[in-house]
Design a protein around this ligand. Sequence first.
Ligand code: UDP
Length: 311
Amino acid sequence: MSSHLETNVNERCPDEPSAANVPTMHGVNDVASPTEGVGPIVDLFGIRFDALRMPQVLDRLLGWVDEARQSETSQGESENKPTRYVVTPNVDHAVLFQSRGDLREAYETAALVVADGRPVVHASRWLRRPLPECVPGSDLVPALFKAVNESQRSLRVYLLGAAEGVAERAKTQIEQRWPHVEVVGCYSPPIGFEKDATLNESILARVNESNPDVLVVGLGAPKQELWTARHCRSISAPVTLCVGATIDFLAGERRRAPRWIRRLSLEWVHRMMEEPRRLVPRYAKDLWVFPQLIMRQWWLNLRGNRPWSPT
Ligand code: UDP
């Protein structure tokens, strides 16, 4: 990718002007907002989505990587800036978001919030708060690697998450498929690691010593969002992507649903059939709660776009 479609940065780190402070009009806050650099925002179920298409998201990510490299060259070493992290809410996250204050806080300091999953995008259109397209984490990461490879750039990546050995297999696959991407490190933390302060320090030290441009965090939701938000000031990578099972998909450990199933917005059915024990109870709850969120948003729209408040 040689040119950047968007040069402005939508940064939502603490202490900075935040999209969260910008009022929305009919759920959509367009570029002409008082906060410089904040792009169009769609407010849906209380989540402030960045209304961006995949190429625009890629452009932002590569812009942030370039910016960090430039500041490293001009200042000798990189400034201690918090990482810009990306979250990709799907139906399940939208449901979790209602009852988890900690997840809402983690979303507030995310640099980008993009929709993962067609049901969220369909709902946004039906509610006349349209999101331009769905940008799932498991598509975003390979698309980023492809863009880097095709433009003959270079990208240093660290993989954090997935079961033991899976991230190493993902590294082999990534470097074979996209030779311009270098996986500079990978680590699969043990269950419960997030509660162990010493282990967290050593994980952050490992990541930072490898000096990645992009940290890929695949710990499942909401763990990956909470962990990244908690440590965003200690992560030296300019970009962090919270992307669920993406490391599994890259390693070939799990398969995405065939394209025709994805086009029918039924990827969740495919995933549920692969992991019924874990996912049937989750999706049963989502099927019950998500339509209620849609109806509530519809009702708020009808009453003059009243603001959403968590349940
Ligand atoms: N995972 C992990 N450590 C944990 C919990 C999960 O590395 O403590 C990994 C798991 O191995 C898998 C991913 O997180 O690779 C879960 O991704 P998925 O999108 O299925 O999670 P979800 O958000 O749907 O629960």
